[in-house]
Design a protein around this ligand. Sequence first.
Ligand code: SAM
Length: 329
Amino acid sequence: MIDPFGRHISYLRVSVTDRCDFRCMYCMPEHMTFLPKPDVLTLEELERLCMAFVRMGVERLRITGGEPLVRRDVMKLFQGLGRHIGKSNLKEVTLTTNGSQLTRFARDLASAGVRRVNISLDTRDTGIFRTITRWGDLNKVLDGIDAADAAGLAVKINTVALKGVNEDEIADLMLWAHGRGFDHTLIETMPMGEIDGDRVDQYLPLSLVRARLARDFTLEDSPYRTGGPARYVRVKETGGRLGFITPLTHNFCESCNRVRLTCTGTLYMCLGQEDAADLRKPLRASSDDTLLERAIETAIARKPKGHDFIIDRRHPAPALERSMSVTGG
Ligand code: SAM
């Protein structure tokens, strides 16, 4: 699949549920309205959709949400998809999770063929963790991280940089992650969805974080890529990799290779634009995939050049109404 700007689309992110057991302050309001259950695709439908993308050239699938591991029987989807790794275009199935359910599922994920997981962790301070996630339990997440490591999964820690919340802890988090042998990636907060607080107050440009880290650490540019938008440095003092995802300070759309599917079968060709294609209708219209594949082709043909996120006092409203938990981060 090649889009109008010549980019090969080889990466699909799939949000299997918009529900979550956390209420992270930058992601959703505490009293969130979720999608109506009947609109949500079954696990069988999600697998069929994913495999249509794989036949059309997708090599990497990332399962996300909401919190993917709170969806009932989600392991069946991992098992179903895992069977195709290496036997089709599909090279890998990965997961983005808040870690809260990993003590239960880490081994099953490894047995299903998952090799890498991204675990979101913005702080290792119990009080700050509670402030950020509202409902989360830090110890459960840390146990989940240990379980993933013990199951042989390659762990990457993702941290959203938040002004006045975790900004003083970023170097410590990096030292901890690298000490455990994990890659660590920092993310800028993006203006998606209504939240209870003020995004301008939360926004911390990673250019600033990087400059601060560079005072104490030697950051060497690295050509390493995982197929995602992060740009990496090697931190000489720790020997670990540190990634920066900078949708605001440095737009990375020129190399975008991905599209995003929601749990209701809506395909977003860009995380930061409203245009979307309904794939549920062609999926349910026939058991043959001809209509579905045509709908996917038409959607890819209108993938936009990029997003235009801005966060400042003149643009206090979210760039998009839908939150990251719907499109899948
Ligand atoms: N529940 C899973 C998790 O916590 O990783 C998967 C979904 S969550 C939406 C994926 C990632 O998006 C998390 O790392 C989260 O911190 C991040 N995220 C959510 N809203 C965001 C926003 N507005 N800006 C930047 N990152 C955001």
